[in-house]
Design a protein around this ligand. Structure first.
Ligand SMILES: Cc1cc2nc3c(=O)[nH]c(=O)nc-3n(C[C@H](O)[C@H](O)[C@H](O)COP(=O)(O)O)c2cc1C
Length: 209
């Protein structure tokens, strides 16, 4: 099964080859893969920064536990979720849905009201956590798309979000960094690529009721 080959090929790359950069045409494909990711209700309550600039990556490294992937990768995808929710997000989405499906706004308004009602049941902390969770599925799609294109990646949570937010001026946009994916090409000297995957057995992973 091809997808299993891709999933086996993918590994959390520790050392990227700094001489190899991802072509912009492929970066565009990766962006499409992120945009096609599923999100709760379809709201897409996150935004991304894609950082290829050497100086910015160098400055980010100390804010990311000094992990070398930050500066050695070709493109760093920074997933940012909104810090606070506004009903306007739903209004904008419903308007986009009406335009995209070419239907009158009032035919989809009920769906918007339903979404608003369900979201209103969440408290402030549940809301923030729910918005953050959305980014992880998109990060996963990005890594699978990378694998298909022969591009390597590393999902990264090892960073100090308040410092990263301040450096990237995310507060002003009501955003906070939740997860990053460093992308590029594995260095032959990255030993982790040769190690077998450490995984529990299926009988342990898939439990019975
Ligand atoms: C949400 C998340 C955050 C992670 N953060 C880091 C990180 O900051 N640095 C790193 O080197 N690896 C990070 N990893 C990689 C994991 O350690 C790795 O996926 C795991 O050990 C399994 O190895 P494999 O991905 O190579 O199969 C992260 C993985 C996930 C899913």
């Amino acid at each position: 099964m091809e997808v299993l080959n891709l999933l086996n090929r993918r590994y959390a790359t520790k050392k990227f080859d700094t001489n190899r950069k991802i072509a912009e045409t492929e970066v565009a494909l990766l962006k499409d893969a992120v945009n096609l990711s599923p999100t709760s209700y379809g709201l897409q309550l996150y935004r991304l920064l894609v950082i290829a600039d050497k100086d910015t990556k160098e400055k980010l490294k100390p804010l990311c536990w000094n992990q070398q992937q930050i500066e050695e990768c070709s493109h760093l995808f920074v997933f940012c979720s909104f810090k606070t929710y506004e009903e306007k997000f739903v209004d904008d989405y419903i308007e986009l849905m009406s335009k995209t499906h070419r239907v009158e706004l009032n035919t989809v308004k009920g769906y918007g009201d339903f979404i608003k009602k369900k979201i209103a049941e969440k408290d402030k902390y549940e809301l923030q956590s729910w918005m953050e969770k959305q980014t992880y599925l998109a990060a996963s799609n990005l890594m699978l798309a990378c694998a298909e294109l022969g591009i390597d990646s590393c999902p990264m949570e090892g960073f100090d979000a308040p410092d990263v937010d301040a450096f990237l001026q995310l507060h002003e946009k009501n955003l906070t960094a939740t997860v990053m994916v460093a992308t590029g090409y594995r260095h032959p000297a990255d030993d982790t690529q040769y190690a077998p995957k450490v995984r529990i057995g299926a009988e342990q992973l898939f439990i019975r009721v």
